[in-house]
Design a protein around this ligand. Structure first.
Ligand SMILES: Cc1cc2nc3c(=O)[nH]c(=O)nc-3n(C[C@H](O)[C@H](O)[C@H](O)COP(=O)(O)OP(=O)(O)OC[C@H]3O[C@@H](n4cnc5c(N)ncnc54)[C@H](O)[C@@H]3O)c2cc1C
Length: 461
């Protein structure tokens, strides 16, 4: 039966051809199958969601996408802020059914399917006393975070997720299953380490594992003042690379472990992780505790995956955000952040400060499609909003604060970009990276079948 969306789309044939499941808007379970992390895209209605079971299913759906000309989205964990894992009237390849994980204890490597979440991967590897650095959130998909780069709690010690990526299996636009590593399809292997979903559907990743069972980590809440913020950043920069931190300077949410009189006041909600010797880690944490009397201190020795914290699937706030890099941090920077946070009455507003460097910075910029190795910090500014009417002023606040802190530099981390236009995508790939990516794109996806992403158009012949 042809669909109303495209006369060439024969859903029943597709259903018969796939080992996995196909959902259309008429099917029970469609809404659950479509549900994404960001609620803004709940109203988007793909014509088909194909929950693929293997590479052959993927090749079949790619043929359908090419023949019908319908827009094609790839979905792993569904966290894209830009809504790239869904397509109105289009086709979604959902890889969440691909969840195999093979751990080789001898070589300390794992072949992991791209449908695993960060928490699923980390829980299983932790059971063997091993870990790979991913991000800060357990429900993020291995597919999206790995292809975007991956900046998380082990970034200073072991680099980005792509620095642990040794090989990948990719189904390219013409349905070919390709093994990419340093020797085989080296250009593709370079491009998928930061180039996102532009080059094909990644089904499996070979990742390096580190011996790491426990960390010293958790949440530490400090009062936010110019001194405490500047002090925190200085400690995070000077600490050994075993420490990675995420400092959220924000209005304090009504958390049960924070005294009620603090709710709403400005705090540093710090997420910290130390992946080295436990006693040394405790000493480093004491230095952070010495910056100001902690309001709450949940930092403790814990199995590494516990750092992800619990997640409530029903908690889906609306938010606008902007990401950018910074090289230095001064008292004036902290004052600007505090001033903006005080001026806003958004239900939640935050400047997230992540000190980078270490192993991440030792990889040359040219080695991967992610090419911001020399930047000292990543800053993400975000604000919740309460509905479409509230959005413009929250957006303006985010944009103004980002401008004040970034000095007009447009470049940022592609994994955190929302739908911000071509200029921002271009700036995410500086120098010769952009042109090289376009050449690789022309080789593996000349017709731009994979265009629902932070798109890299193929180089013209
Ligand atoms: C709450 C939250 C916290 C985050 N924290 C971090 C963090 O700490 N560090 C960090 O680095 N990033 C972080 N991110 C960003 C995150 O890494 C990106 O949004 C990533 O793209 C999400 O991956 P996903 O698979 O969950 O999303 P999806 O929406 O499923 O995928 C996003 C895009 O990636 C591509 N893609 C996904 N899977 C595949 C595949 N198998 N093959 C080809 N292309 C694919 C597609 O283009 C897709 O549109 C965070 C995002 C959120 C929402």
């Amino acid at each position: 039966m042809a669909s109303a969306t495209s006369p060439n789309l024969d859903v029943e044939s597709l259903r018969r051809a796939l080992a996995g499941q196909v959902f259309t808007p008429e099917d029970a379970g469609y809404d659950d199958a479509h549900r994404l992390f960001v609620p803004v895209y709940d109203g988007v209605r793909p014509a088909v969601i194909a929950q693929v079971a293997d590479t052959s299913d993927i090749a079949t759906v790619l043929t359908t996408a090419r023949e019908t000309g319908l827009p094609l989205a790839i979905r792993s964990g569904g966290h894209s802020a830009a809504g790239h894992s869904t397509a109105d009237g289009g086709i979604v390849i959902d890889v969440r059914g691909l969840k195999s994980l093979e751990i080789d204890l001898e070589s300390k490597t794992a072949w992991a399917d791209s449908g695993l979440t960060a928490a699923e991967y980390s829980n299983e590897t932790n059971a063997r006393g091993l870990a790979t650095g991913l991000g800060d959130t357990g429900s993020v998909g291995l597919g999206g975070i790995t292809l975007g780069g991956g900046i998380g709690f082990l970034v200073r010690k072991y680099g980005m997720t792509i620095d642990s990526l040794l090989a990948a299996e990719v189904v390219t636009a013409n349905g070919e299953v390709v093994h990419a590593d340093a020797e085989s399809h080296p250009d593709l292997f370079w491009a998928i380490r930061g180039g996102g979903g532009n080059f094909g559907v990644a089904t499996r990743f070979k990742l390096r594992l580190q011996p790491l069972e426990k960390i010293v980590g958790g949440v530490m809440v400090l009062p936010a003042t110019t001194d405490s913020i500047v002090g925190f950043i200085a400690e995070a920069e000077e600490a050994p690379e075993e420490l990675s931190t995420i400092a959220n300077v924000m209005n304090c949410p009504p958390l049960p472990f924070v005294p009620e009189e603090i709710h709403g006041s400005l705090v540093i909600m710090a997420l910290v992780a130390w992946c080295g010797d436990i006693d040394e880690g405790e000493k480093v944490m004491d230095r952070l505790r010495g910056l100001a009397q902690p309001i709450a201190d949940m930092v403790q020795v814990m199995p590494y995956p516990e750092i992800y914290g619990p997640e409530d699937e029903e908690y889906r706030p609306l938010a606008v955000a902007r990401t950018f890099w910074a090289d230095s941090f001064h008292p004036a920077t902290a004052e600007t952040i505090l001033g903006y946070l005080e001026d806003s009455d958004a239900p939640m507003r935050v400047a997230q400060l992540r000190v980078l460097g270490g192993a991440m910075a030792r990889v040359p910029n040219e080695a991967t499609a992610f090419a911001h190795r020399n930047r000292n910090m990543m800053i993400n500014v975000a604000s919740f909003y309460e509905g479409p009417d509230d959005r413009p002023r929250r957006e303006a606040w985010v944009s103004d604060l980002a401008k004040a802190l970034s000095d007009g530099d447009l470049s940022g981390y592609v994994g955190f970009l929302s739908d911000e236009g071509e200029e921002r995508v271009r700036a995410a790939y500086p120098g010769g990276t952009w042109d090289r990516l376009r050449r690789v794109k022309a080789q593996y996806d000349p017709d731009n079948v994979f265009r629902l992403n932070q798109n890299i158009p193929p180089a013209r012949p």
